[in-house]
Write a new protein. Structure first.
Length: 275
C-alpha cells in the first residue's frame, strides 16, 4: 500500500464506495477522530448531501451557513466554510441537502471535475496546516465522487463483511482507472478496510479470505468489528472515540489510524531515499 507519490502538504484521501451501508461515513468520522487524537490536524470534507458526517461530528444544521456547495460552486473564503468540531484538531466543511442539486449545476461548468481539486489547493489552505484531508463521498459514482477522486491523492474503500461485498468493487476500480486516465494520473488506492466484521461469523471470515486472496496487501490488516457503540455514537453527534473511548470499535479505528500513518511514513522515507 505504498508508492512514491506522498504529497507535500496534507494527504488527501477520498473515502468512497458506491454501495450504501458499508460504513463509509462511519469510517470517515472515526478515522478522522483517531488521527486527530494522535495529534494530526484533520479536515473532513462532507461531500454527501445527506450531511451525516457533519451531524456525526457535532455540527448542528443551523450552524452550516456555508457548506461544500459554496466551496465547489461559489468563491467562498475558506475561513468561512471550515468549521471547528468539538473534537480537538478536527475540522469540517459541512454539507446540507443543497448539495444534491450540485451534480446538475456542475454539468454546465467546463471545470466541473476539477472544482474540489482547485478549492483544496488554494494558497490560503496552507495556513491551516492540515496533515490529512478526508473526503466523505456520496454512495454513488457521480460527479461529486469524481471531484473527490480528482482532488485526492488516494482512495480508501470501506468493504462490508457481507455476501456480494466484492462484487461492487469492480465498478469502483473501473471508475478509479478512468479518473487516472482523464484527470489524476497519480491517484492510487490507499487500501480496502473491512467493516462490520464478526469473527464468529463464517461469512465474515470468508469475505476476509476472498478479499485478501484477491487484493493482497491492498487490504488493511486492521478490521473494524460489528460494534453496537459504533452504531450508537452518531445519534449522540460524536465519534465513537468520544462516545465510548474503550469500546472495541474505538480501538479498531485507533489501530486503523496507526496503520494508515505508518503506511504513509513509509512512503515519505521512500521518497526521501529516491531524492
Amino acid at each position: 500500500m505504498s508508492d512514491l507519490s506522498r504529497p507535500d502538504g496534507p494527504k488527501i484521501i477520498a473515502i468512497a464506495n458506491q454501495k450504501g451501508g458499508v460504513g463509509k461515513t462511519t469510517t470517515t468520522i472515526n478515522l478522522a477522530a483517531a488521527l486527530a487524537e494522535k495529534g494530526q490536524r484533520v479536515l473532513v470534507i462532507d461531500l454527501d448531501p445527506q450531511g451525516n458526517a457533519s451531524t456525526g461530528l457535532g455540527i448542528d444544521l443551523e450552524d452550516r451557513e456555508f457548506t461544500t456547495y459554496e466551496l465547489l460552486l461559489e468563491d467562498i473564503d475558506l475561513n468561512d466554510v471550515i468549521l471547528k468540531t468539538p473534537t480537538e484538531n478536527l475540522f469540517i466543511v459541512p454539507a446540507t441537502v443543497d448539495l444534491s442539486s450540485a451534480d446538475l449545476e456542475l454539468l454546465s461548468n467546463e471545470k466541473r471535475s476539477f472544482l474540489l481539486h482547485d478549492a483544496l489547493r488554494q494558497t490560503q489552505m496552507d495556513s491551516f496546516n492540515f496533515d490529512y484531508i478526508l473526503i466523505d463521498c456520496p454512495p454513488s459514482l457521480n460527479l461529486l465522487t469524481v471531484n473527490a477522486m480528482i482532488g485526492a491523492h488516494s482512495v480508501l474503500v470501506p468493504l462490508q463483511s457481507e455476501f456480494f461485498a466484492l462484487e461492487g468493487l469492480s465498478q469502483l476500480m473501473l471508475t478509479i482507472r478512468e479518473v487516472r486516465q482523464s484527470g489524476n494520473k497519480d491517484l492510487r488506492i490507499e487500501g480496502i478496510v473491512l467493516t462490520m466484521y464478526d469473527r464468529r461469523n463464517n461469512l465474515s471470515q470468508q469475505v476476509e479470505k476472498d478479499a485478501r486472496d484477491n487484493l493482497g496487501d491492498l487490504v488493511f490488516k486492521t478490521m473494524v468489528p460489528r460494534n453496537v457503540r459504533v452504531s450508537e455514537a452518531p445519534s449522540f453527534a460524536m465519534p465513537v472515540l468520544a462516545y465510548d473511548s474503550q469500546s472495541k470499535g474505538a480501538q479498531a479505528y485507533r489501530d486503523l489510524a496507526t496503520e494508515l500513518m505508518k503506511n504513509n511514513q513509509t512512503v515519505e522515507k521512500e521518497v526521501q531515499h529516491v531524492q
